[in-house]
Structure formats: structure tokens, C-alpha cells
Design a protein around this ligand. Structure first.
Ligand code: SF4
Length: 678
């Protein structure tokens, strides 16, 4: 039995897998020792992918309402509804909400169809919920959404700062790599997180930052480095622009931390010039997430800790292909291939695609998109591979919006997700292990996902479904793709436009690749180890130190005196549509818990093991109580995974829809809340 080399379905670490088919719908999974992202390691989620390839709950046939339909009938209806919406209400009445679970080829076709041929940029992705703030910070600092680090930097750093990341649970193979560096190299580890997570417990220093206190902390750290004479004036003069006086004017004291902890942090940073700052959802999922990203990047730019081995600000992506989606343009505020909506960039894209109807400007970002659906401005919504009825903030409102949408199409693997249950048209899509394409991980490494199993029922690849609709809309020539290799070859050729505009995204070596070359693709990383080492993507080649100021803390609401934080469990993924199938993955946490400090449990009459209702101004949900001193008094934590279908703990219903004004990313980490015994 030959192993088929593919890539994990879950997080942005992008681990290589060697899988063997052992029977009908049965596989064995092992880490691929030759994949540079993981060198054979896997976490529990990757290992137990073997328990998730059965057909339980699968959507196997196109459905119109509750009736099984033929593919032609369903696709004709999708095309007709799209055409009618555009004719009667204009292109902006159409929207796609897509997913970091899609492959780059799917994303490319979705983006091309909507932005180039339907004529609207109303395509956004669930990556908006996890990565948009890092994207905005990169764009503001580097002139392009480019990650300046690679995984090798973790092996070479003397100090790693983990910012807003429970890495041991959420990116376990990166965690194993960090642990190895600590053992072999003596690397120091600092965890900056309001919670004392498992990751924080194992750090050399835990910095219990206040919720959304990261900008104040990093500004103070930058000021402290200035006061200790640790800034790199030469590097800044050659490679950075900074607003006059920003660093000079920073206040070293304005961060609210225990002075001893802050002094220890400053000592560690001052003593270890090879420093990587890994940041994740605790930084991004915030109403000031873009500023947090820039505060972190500022420290690296001002101390010259970037573009060399073992140094740099490193954003870890959440999903397997959040990065690939960003590259091709799957965010509503980008056009394609890291290009925007400036006249010359639009003209280049229109010419490349021979697009008759290129969108003129940005479309609606996720939260705005569902608001437009609720208001009836968006009449046709196509959701692919994601479950916004659960995962969006203010999920009750989003569910209402979906229920009232004139045409809701859902392409899915699972027949009855909370979102699919509301759809008028359901289209069966291929899932992990059945589809072929590419994904890009956190360090810009492109890897193949390969099919292991035959397509179940009548399921089809997402790109194929969209091409079939494009044909029906009269755009067949532009969507005459027969193989994912054809799409990748076109996308790679299109990155020539990015290069011509001075951007760093460059896959032109793969332009026009054949299916055989594509099938033989080994994982490769665009931009090398440090893509910004030669120059940054701004026209002058310099980075920008962005002046960012801490947001004022929110006013305390006596009815909701606690701050609610959310996150992941180690062995679950998103809304559990896949991981929920695995008995092994259910063992770690069998139910959703509200974690609360002993003092708060006493204050609100909660008992460990009892039940509590968590309320916010947006909704209520019930959780089992876990009293823990890992939680600071005044703050509580709940997981994100459980849904209306899986029972209690429906966290999306508690979340406010407030977003970062720069990135449009919702703030899932700092919501006013109250608890009461049930
Ligand atoms: Fe999959 Fe992420 Fe685990 Fe690697 S670390 S096996 S990519 S879930």
C-alpha cells in the first residue's frame, strides 16, 4: 500500500500527512517525515482524521428544499437566481461567503467569478474572523499582506513571545517545535495572555495582559527599549518610515501590569536580540486587532529584529488555507493576487481575466455582509464550506438573516449544519481526502492536498460547481478549467501582475504548469525564509512604523460586569462538523465549560461542576461550570465550538458584532457578560 502525501485538514501549521487507504472509506494517517512544516509530527486532530472520513451525516446529492434534485436542475436554478438578482437589483445584491477550508483553486474560481464577471466584490471568507487584523497590520507596515518569517526562525530564536495564543492547544505542532528549541537551544518563552493557559503555565514568563491591553503593553515595551538604548537607529534609517516623534513620545508606564512582571519582560527582550513574536487570535479577534499587530511589528522594526534568522513578527494562521485565500483575493477589500482596487491594478486584472464587468471597489466584509442580507440588500447568498449561523458574532441575528434571504445556496460536506438547514439549495461538495488542490500555511508554504478516496454520492469539487454555474451565466470561456492544475497554472501566471506592481507574491515559476507537474508538486514556500529581506512592498522599499494608541477600556456595565473571552479546545475544530465525528477527539473535553475564577464563582453562587447561564447584551447560553485559578477574577472563558445542533454552549449567540475599524474583524475576546446559576 503506497502512502499518498497530502496536507492536514485543520490548522494553519499545514502539516504534511502520509495516508494509506485501508478499506472503503477507511484510511490510516501518519505524519509525513519529509514535509518541512512538521517533519513527521502530527497533533491529535491530524492523527484522528482517520475517524472522520465516514459518510455519517454527509450531503450526497443536490437538494432543492427537502427534495433531491439532479445536478443540472440545481445548477440551472442557482444560475437563474443569480441572474435575476443581478438584473433586478444590481451585482451588489449577490454575495459569496466562503471558507479557509476551501482549496486555493476553489477560492480562485470564486473570486474570479464574482469580482470579474458578476461585477461585485461581495466575497468574504470566514478568515475575516481569524486573520483580517493581521492582514491589515501587514498591509500597513509592509505594503503587502506578507508574513516576514518562517518556521526555521523558531528553531533559531533565543526568545519567543507568544501573543494571544494557546499554542499548545491551537497550533500543537508549532508548540512541539518550540519545546524542542527550548530543550536543544535554551530558547526562552514568554506568553502574553490574560489567561493562564496550559501554554502560559509552561512558559518562562507569563504576562497576564489586560483584555485588549496589548497595544499599551507593546508601546510601553518599545518605550522601555528606547530608554535602554536598544533601538536600532541604523536599521530604522535605512528601512523604515515613522511618523515624527511617535517612538519619542511613548509612555513607558501606561500598561497597567505588575511592575516586576513588566521589568522581567523588558530584561528578557533586552537580553535576547534574536526574538520571534508569534501572534494569533488573542491579538487578531479584537476591535483593536490591527493596532495590536502593528504594535508588535513596530517593536521588531524599531529594534531591527526582522529579516534575519531567528527574528521577526510572525502571525499564525488559524485555518488550513486562510493564507491561500488571502493570496488569490478572497477578502472583500482585496481584488486579486495581493492587488487592490487602484485604477492601474484594476486595469491589469481586467485585462488578465478579460473580465467584462470587474468590480469597481471593495465589497461587504463578513459582519456587514450578513447585515446587508438581513436588510434585504443582498438577495442571493452562496455559503461554501462554513457555518456562519454558529460562527458569526451575534449568531442569532445572522441566523435570522439567513432565514430571510431570498436565495440561500449552501455548498457543503455535511447535510444538516445549522446553516445548511436554512438553505433553499444545497450542493454536495467534496471534503478533505476526496478533493485535489493546494493550501498555503502560515509560513507561505504551498502544499498539495490530494484525493485519497472516491467522491461519495454525487459530490463535486467546489471549483467544478462554480465553473458549471459560470458556464450557465455565459462565461464558459473564462472558466474552461478541466483540472485543478489548470486553475493553479492560471493563478500562478496572474502573480506576474503582483510582481509588476512591486509586490512580493510571486508564483510565476508555476505559471502554465502541466497536470503532471502539479501532481508531482513538492511543498514549496514563496518568498523564501524572509521575503521582505530585500525590500518591503511600498514603492520606496521601506516599512512603516505605524503610530498606534491604546483604546480606552470599555465602560463597566453593572448588569454585565465580567469580561468574556472565547477560544478553542485542543481536540475540536470550528463548529465540530468534522472533529465531532471522532470518538477519540471527544474525550479531551466532552462538553462546553465556562471557566471562572474562585472569587467570581463565590460571588455569583456558582459551583464547580454545576451549570451556569452566561448572558451578554446579545444573548444567553448555558455551560457547565469549571472553577479554576487559571482564570483571573473579573474574566470568564468559554469555547467556540458548540452549536444549536450539538446542544448547550452556543457561544456565537453571546458575541457582539463590533469590529475592528481597520480590518473588519469581529472582537470575540472582550465582551461584557454576566453569569448566574441554572
Ligand atoms: Fe493538523 Fe494543525 Fe495538528 Fe498539524 S498542528 S496535525 S496542521 S491540526
Amino acid at each position: 500500500m503506497t502512502a499518498i502525501r497530502t496536507t492536514c485538514a485543520y490548522c494553519g501549521v499545514g502539516c504534511g500527512i502520509a495516508a494509506r487507504v485501508t478499506g472503503p472509506r477507511r484510511i490510516e494517517v501518519a505524519g509525513n517525515p519529509d514535509h518541512p512544516a512538521n517533519h513527521g509530527r502530527l497533533c491529535s486532530k491530524g492523527t484522528w482524521l482517520s475517524e472522520t472520513t465516514g459518510l455519517e451525516g454527509r450531503l450526497l446529492h443536490p437538494m432543492i428544499g427537502e427534495e433531491r434534485a439532479e445536478w443540472d436542475e440545481a445548477l440551472d436554478l442557482v444560475a437563474q437566481r443569480m441572474r435575476t438578482a443581478v438584473a433586478e437589483h444590481g451585482p451588489d445584491s449577490v454575495a459569496f461567503y466562503v471558507s479557509g477550508q476551501l482549496l486555493t483553486e476553489d477560492y480562485y474560481v470564486a473570486n474570479k467569478l464574482l469580482k470579474g464577471f458578476v461585477g461585485t466584490a461581495n466575497i468574504d471568507t470566514n478568515s475575516r474572523l481569524c486573520m483580517a487584523s493581521a492582514v491589515a497590520a501587514h498591509n500597513r507596515a509592509f505594503g503587502e499582506d506578507v508574513v516576514p518569517c518562517s518556521y526555521e526562525d523558531l528553531d533559531r530564536a533565543d526568545l519567543i513571545l507568544l501573543v494571544g495564543s494557546n499554542t499548545a492547544w491551537c497550533h500543537p505542532v508549532i508548540w512541539q517545535r518550540i519545546e524542542q528549541a527550548r530543550e536543544q537551544h535554551g530558547t526562552k518563552l514568554v506568553v502574553i495572555d490574560p489567561r493562564r493557559t496550559e501554554t502560559a503555565e509552561r512558559a518562562d514568563l507569563h504576562v497576564p495582559v489586560a483584555p485588549d491591553g496589548d497595544v499599551a503593553l507593546f508601546n510601553a515595551l518599545l518605550a522601555a527599549m528606547r530608554d535602554r538604548g536598544m533601538l536600532d537607529a541604523d536599521y530604522m534609517a535605512k528601512h523604515c518610515e515613522q511618523p515624527g516623534g511617535f517612538i519619542d513620545g511613548l509612555d513607558v508606564a501606561a500598561h497597567g501590569l505588575d511592575p516586576d512582571i513588566f521589568a522581567s519582560l523588558c530584561d528578557l527582550v533586552a537580553d535576547h536580540p534574536n526574538m520571534v513574536s508569534l501572534f494569533s487570535q488573542g491579538a487578531n479577534q479584537s476591535v483593536c486587532g490591527a493596532d495590536k499587530g502593528n504594535a508588535i511589528i513596530n517593536l521588531h522594526l524599531a529594534t531591527g529584529r526582522i529579516n534575519r534568522a531567528g527574528s521577526g513578527p510572525f502571525s499564525m494562521t488559524g485555518q488550513p488555507n486562510a493564507m491561500g485565500g488571502r493570496e488569490v483575493g478572497g477578502l472583500a477589500n482585496m481584488l486579486a493576487c495581493h492587488l487592490g482596487f487602484e485604477d492601474d491594478e484594476r486595469a491589469a486584472v481586467a485585462a488578465f481575466w478579460n473580465a467584462p464587468n470587474l468590480s469597481s471597489g471593495p465589497g461587504s466584509k463578513a459582519v456587514e455582509m450578513f447585515r446587508a442580507v438581513h436588510q434585504g440588500r443582498i438577495k442571493f447568498l452562496w455559503v461554501m464550506g462554513t457555518n456562519p449561523a454558529v460562527s458569526m458574532p451575534d449568531a442569532g441575528f445572522v441566523r435570522e438573516a439567513l432565514a430571510r434571504c431570498e436565495t440561500l445556496v449552501v455548498s457543503e460536506v455535511i447535510a444538516e449544519t445549522d446553516t445548511a438547514k436554512l438553505a433553499g439549495i444545497r450542493l454536495p461538495a467534496l471534503g478533505w481526502g476526496e478533493k485535489d488542490g493546494t493550501v498555503t500555511n502560515s509560513e507561505r508554504r504551498v502544499s498539495r492536498q490530494r484525493a485519497l478516496l472516491p467522491a461519495p454520492g454525487e459530490a463535486r469539487a467546489d471549483w467544478r460547481i462554480m465553473c458549471d454555474v459560470a458556464h450557465r451565466l455565459g462565461h464558459g470561456a473564462a472558466f474552461a478549467f478541466d483540472h485543478p492544475a489548470d486553475i493553479f497554472a492560471e493563478y500562478a501566471a496572474m502573480t506576474r501582475l503582483s510582481v509588476d506592481q512591486g509586490r512580493l507574491l510571486d508564483l510565476t515559476d508555476w505559471a502554465g504548469c502541466s497536470p503532471a507537474e502539479y501532481d508531482a508538486m513538492e511543498p514549496f514556500r514563496w518568498g523564501g525564509e524572509h521575503p521582505t529581506a530585500g525590500r518591503f512592498a511600498f514603492a520606496d522599499g521601506k516599512a512603516r512604523i505605524v503610530a498606534v494608541q491604546p483604546a480606552a477600556p470599555p465602560a463597566v456595565d453593572p448588569d454585565f460586569p465580567l469580561r468574556l473571552n472565547t477560544g478553542r479546545y485542543r481536540d475540536q475544530w470550528h463548529t465540530m462538523t468534522r472533529t465531532g465525528l471522532s470518538p477519540k477527539l471527544s474525550i479531551h473535553r466532552r462538553e462546553p465549560l465556562v471557566e471562572i475564577a474562585p472569587a467570581d464563582a463565590a460571588r455569583f453562587a456558582l459551583e464547580d461542576g454545576g451549570f451556569a447561564q452566561v448572558s451578554t447584551p446579545w444573548g444567553q447560553a448555558v455551560y457547565r461550570v469549571a472553577v479554576t485559578d487559571g482564570q483571573r477574577a473579573g474574566e470568564i472563558f468559554v469555547p467556540m465550538h458548540w452549536t444549536d445542533l450539538t446542544g448547550s454552549g452556543r457561544t456565537g449567540r453571546l458575541m457582539h458584532p463590533a469590529v475592528d475599524p481597520v480590518s473588519g474583524q469581529p472582537g470575540f475576546k472582550n465582551v461584557a457578560a454576566m453569569v448566574a446559576p441554572v
